[in-house]
Design a protein around this ligand. Structure first.
Ligand code: SF4
Length: 365
């Protein structure tokens, strides 16, 4: 990036206007009420691939269960996955858990104070390290997420290229500009303000330039040229919804059949899902519902059929461990996003149904 165009006066003006706007307009989010590095770390990991509204709902419950890094380190993986259920991308929960155990073993449970040291931890990348270091410890390092990238591209009139089409060079220019812009006196607030601007005003479609505090210094003032998105593929799959009823201590009692994905799988190991139907068991007339569920670049069209207990063996594909789970317990288990969505839509989740995510947000690995 050439330095021309970003003289000290303009940098000071942009910082001042952005921070003043942030003080007036920032959303009151639970993780913003704390400078605890562990709390900030958890929120940043949750926010990387899940919408803010869903994170708000899950964050407080997660922090109530694991209020400190040591409490997270001491939990079992199933407890952590269950608390993560509904947020998607379960690999993040496993890495968070493993990193907490590493810090508990090596640093008495204290996270390092600089971005450079944080990056040395397994499972913490450049973005998370900069976010924790700047917000919790006041280190003047820039945080560059998708929102910051979009704001700076628009301010400079840059085209956001794909990696193949020169995207890496644009990314380097964005990082250099972000590093110059970050306010050394209030780096945490500045970083959050730039991300907030991208999340609320400088949004991908129909940005609110008329009320943007940076409009006078923005070369685009509108939507910018972006690389075309990869095309989504479609696949069809089918699962069994099997529920049995009975009486337990005189109370009506219902259980759903769930299957645990083997630990050896690379995708969503250890999570609980609905058993898969045999191909011969998917006639249209027995259909209970069809659900669209996006994972990465694939739209899964999932057909769900009701299966009676006596027919389970004949109609489903033998898979991982199976268990009849009381409905009141299912919501607290580490369910796949798809299983949670189906049980929620069938009104079978007794507590805290989380059906608030869009299919695009429910990418799971
Ligand atoms: S003026 Fe518009 S395009 Fe430029 S930073 Fe503000 S919202 Fe984004």
């Amino acid at each position: 990036m050439g330095k021309r165009g970003w003289e000290a006066e303009k940098i000071a003006r942009v910082r001042g206007r952005l921070l003043a706007w942030y003080e007036r307009c920032r959303r009151d989010l639970p993780w913003r009420r704390s400078l605890n590095p562990y709390a900030i770390w958890v929120s940043e990991i949750m926010l990387q691939q899940t919408r803010v509204a869903v994170v708000v709902e899950r964050y407080q419950a997660f922090m109530a269960l694991f209020p400190t890094l040591l409490s997270l380190a001491l939990a079992t993986e199933q407890e952590v996955l269950a608390a993560w259920s509904g947020l998607g991308y379960y690999r993040r929960a496993r890495m968070l858990h493993k990193t907490a155990q590493f810090v508990a073993d090596h640093d008495q449970g204290n996270l390092p104070r600089t971005a450079e040291e944080l990056r040395l931890l397994p499972g913490i990348g450049a973005y998370t390290a900069a976010a924790v270091a700047s917000i919790a410890y006041g280190e003047p390092v820039a945080v560059v997420d998708g929102n910051v990238e979009r704001v700076l591209c628009r301010m400079e009139g840059w085209k956001a290229g794909s990696r193949a089409g020169g995207g890496n060079a644009v990314r380097r220019k964005i990082e250099e500009l972000a590093a110059r812009l970050v306010d050394p006196l209030r780096p945490g607030d500045f970083n959050q303000a730039l991300m907030e601007l991208g999340a609320t005003l400088c949004v991908p479609r129909n940005p609110q330039c008329l009320v943007c505090p940076l409009a006078a210094d923005c070369k685009t003032q509108g939507e910018h040229d972006t690389a075309p998105r990869p095309r989504m593929q479609s696949r069809e799959v089918a699962h069994a919804l099997s529920v049995r009823s009975g009486l337990l201590s005189g109370q009506a009692h219902r259980e759903v059949l769930l299957e645990q994905r083997p630990a050896s799988l690379t995708v969503m190991p250890g999570l609980w899902e609905l058993p898969s139907l045999r191909e011969s068991a998917v006639p249209d007339e027995a259909l209970r519902m069809t659900v669209r569920h996006a994972i990465m670049q694939v739209n899964f069209y999932v057909r769900i059929r009701t299966v009676f207990e006596d027919d389970v063996e004949a109609l489903t594909v033998p898979g991982g461990d199976r268990r009849w789970v009381p409905l009141q317990d299912a919501a607290g288990m580490a369910l796949t996003g798809l299983a949670r969505k189906v049980l929620s839509r069938a009104h079978l989740l007794v507590a805290a149904p989380l059906d608030a995510m869009t299919p695009q947000d429910e990418e799971e690995l």
